[in-house]
Design a protein around this ligand. Structure first.
Ligand SMILES: N[C@@H](CCC(=O)N[C@@H](CSS)C(=O)NCC(=O)O)C(=O)O
Length: 657
């Protein structure tokens, strides 16, 4: 059903499009402000028109024709006073029948009374007599569509006049209330007039609102487009023309370059004009990024690559003029800092290299080294030696490997010795019986109250005066088993000394020397503990012994801290003789330590004892003194290796001993 601007469902797309295209005013007569309603059954095309206006009859007939309807009735709600009905004229134009209430007294094809029904297609119109404005006023109701056509009985926010013709306000009021207002609430009311063009204004407002929204949308789209455009323009790289480069404030310099090596290459950039040096060998004076302006007297800007190649010739040797962007100078402060860092590194490297050389020299002169070489030549003898009881501790390379350069580092209570860049371990001979496959010792465990004089051990190992060793005073805490063994050995040694006390003066002197070494062994512990801060827990007599020992130390022997860069400001022994060595910078250099083949230590933890007791050490016996002896006995060495991996590799304030 189509009621002009009101379209009932179902409706074809064609009708919907038509209804949309035509506004409500299409069936509105502006002169009399009268609405006419065209209703149709879209299934069979039968249609009716309510309250047609004479002046609009041709329009309405054309519309019916355009829509392909069959106009069945031209129906009037009442006999109008303000305009003449168009039903008579439509009757002629379309062949429809005219309809009006009988009470109107008007001439028509069909006259209605209360309760009459008019049908078109499947739809039915019920006629309700609602006199008041006129005697013949009818209200038409299409129940299945919920549409009510009230004529002048009920208008928009008002009702038809009752002050003339057959007007009766009482009747009007009663009929409006009894017959119209009692209809279902959802029924739509279609009056005959809109004197205030309310519908049009509403429609106009809706259109304006929609237009406003569209305008707003359009504005936002325009803004978005502008922003996008701005971004596009911004992201577009500015052509690197000379003008642009110079005007942007970049400093340029011209350079005359005589390329003689012919070993350089240029490339063109897709987005920039000209040729740019891609790479060049040092010495020709060309640098990557140089823009070539002239080759052998001819401008090459704007030339093709082939032309450029031709100009250069096959040799690649030529004279050229290039344009170079000046690089930003590095601030002097930064340069100074870099220089200082570099100097520190140089110092550190020189120290480490010297240390390595020194230890290497020591090792090469040590009997154990020579013996190892002999052992390699005579495995049977080696086996025999290994079966000997070993009481001392020494550091050496594994027999199967060439001589290495040991480096010893200390951090707190931990000592790590690097041989060939790998750590080895120092430990007591109580572990000597544990035989494990060859490997590298990885950790050194140092505890309080147990002392090993590394100087003695090193000196035994290398069979050299301790003064040639840089590492001189180390207190290594071994486990209690070692100490017990050490004490036993000491007692045995004393007994032996007592029994075998030499008779001649030379032998006596040698014996005295050995005694001195023995006593030194115990006292030397004090020295390291002094540096380790352990001497605070020592008793006074031992402290004095320690002082005595320090006074007797060989002149070339350096303290632990004398090699510790981190503690450069701490006291060095007055006996320091390496005056040729440059004074290292004060700043600690962890980088240098890293360079010195990964300084590694094992951190002390509650399981340290357990870790240490693992049967994973291999002891290499190297005993020149077949009769055995004390841990400080000359010529007795023990090579200890460890197959276990490093527990903790940490870098920090280590001490190079
Ligand atoms: N006030 C109308 C004048 C036209 C008019 O009187 N119309 C009648 C219906 S046609 S006879 C009417 O009842 N109007 C209702 C009213 O409140 O005026 C105008 O503004 O054009």
């Amino acid at each position: 059903m189509d009621t002009g601007s009101v379209v009932s469902e179902p409706i074809s797309a064609h009708h919907r499009a038509f209804a949309k295209q035509k506004s409500a005013s299409m069936l509105f007569d502006g002169e009399s402000s009268t609405y006419s309603y065209l209703l149709a059954d879209l299934k069979n095309g039968q249609a009716v028109i309510i309250d047609p206006v004479l002046e609009q009859a041709k329009r309405d007939a054309q519309l019916v024709k355009d829509l392909g309807f069959e106009l069945k009735y031209a129906i009037n709600t009442h006999m109008h006073a303000d305009h003449i009905t168009g039903s008579g004229w439509l009757r002629k134009l379309t062949g429809c029948q005219s309809v009006i209430a009988a009470a109107s007294g008007a001439k028509a094809d069909r006259h209605l009374k209360e309760g009459d029904r008019i049908d078109f297609g499947t739809h039915v119109i019920d006629a309700l007599a609602t006199p008041g404005h006129t005697n013949g006023c009818m209200t038409y109701v299409i129940k299945d569509q919920g549409c009510v056509f009230t004529g002048d009985t009920l208008l928009i926010r008002g009702c038809g006049r009752t002050d003339f013709q057959e007007g009766c306000p009482r009747n009007l009021y009663e009929n409006v209330h009894s017959k119209i207002f009692t209809l279902p609430e959802n029924f739509r009311i279609y009056p005959a007039h809109d004197y205030n063009n309310i519908d049009i204004r509403i429609r106009q407002a809706e259109l304006e609102y929609a237009l406003g929204r569209e305008e707003l949308q359009m504005l936002s789209i325009v803004e978005e487009a502008r922003a996008l455009q701005a971004r596009l323009e911004k992201s577009k790289p500015e052509a690197q023309t000379l003008y642009n480069i110079i005007s942007s404030g970049v400093s340029l310099s011209l350079h005359a370059v005589h390329a003689t090596s012919g070993r350089w290459a240029v490339q063109q950039r897709t987005d920039q004009p000209g040729f740019y040096v891609e790479w060049a060998l040092e010495g020709d004076g060309l640098y990557k990024g140089d823009r070539i302006l002239e080759i052998n007297g001819r401008l090459v800007t704007g030339k093709s690559k082939e032309e450029l190649q031709k100009q250069v010739g096959n040799s690649g040797k030529c004279q050229m003029v290039v344009l170079r962007k000046k690089s930003v100078p590095i601030p002097q402060k930064q340069l100074d800092q870099e220089k200082e860092n570099n100097m520190r590194l140089q110092h550190r490297i020189s120290y480490l290299e010297e240390q390595v050389r020194e230890l290497q020299t020591v090792k090469e002169h040590h009997p154990s080294h020579q013996q190892q070489q002999q052992q390699q030549q005579n495995p049977q003898q080696t086996s025999s030696n290994q079966s000997q009881h070993v009481t001392s501790i020494s550091i050496s390379s594994p027999p199967s490997t060439p001589p290495e350069k040991p480096l010893i580092f200390q951090r707190g209570n931990y000592i790590t010795t690097l041989v060939g860049g790998k750590p080895i371990e120092l430990m007591g001979d109580d572990m000597a019986s544990t035989q494990t496959p060859p490997g590298h010792v990885t950790k050194t465990l140092i505890k309080e109250n147990t002392h090993i004089d590394l100087r003695d051990r090193l000196s035994h190992m290398y069979s050299m005066p301790s003064k040639s060793l840089s590492a001189s005073k180390i207190s290594i805490n071994s486990d209690s088993a070692y100490m017990q063994h050490h004490r036993r050995e000491k007692e045995r040694h004393r007994d032996r000394q007592h029994r075998e006390r030499p008779r001649d003066p030379l032998q006596q002197q040698q014996q005295l020397h050995r005694d001195h070494l023995m006593s030194t062994h115990a006292r030397s512990v004090e020295h390291l503990n002094h540096y380790n801060g352990l001497d605070r827990r020592r008793d006074t007599p031992r402290q004095s012994e320690s002082n005595t020992l320090r006074a007797r130390l060989p002149s070339d022997m350096r303290s632990v801290k004398s090699l510790d860069f981190d503690s450069e400001n701490e006291s060095k022994p007055a006996t320091e003789t390496r005056t040729t060595r440059p004074t290292p910078p004060k700043k600690p250099l962890r980088l240098s330590l890293q360079r010195a083949q990964s300084l590694q230590t094992v951190e002390l933890h509650p399981c340290a004892d357990i870790e240490r007791k693992r049967p994973m050490k291999r002891v290499h016996h190297n005993n020149n003194n077949k009769g055995g002896g004390s841990p400080t006995g000359e010529g007795q060495t023990m090579l200890i290796e460890n197959c276990s991996p490093m527990h903790t590799a940490s870098l920090g304030r280590h001490k190079l001993i």
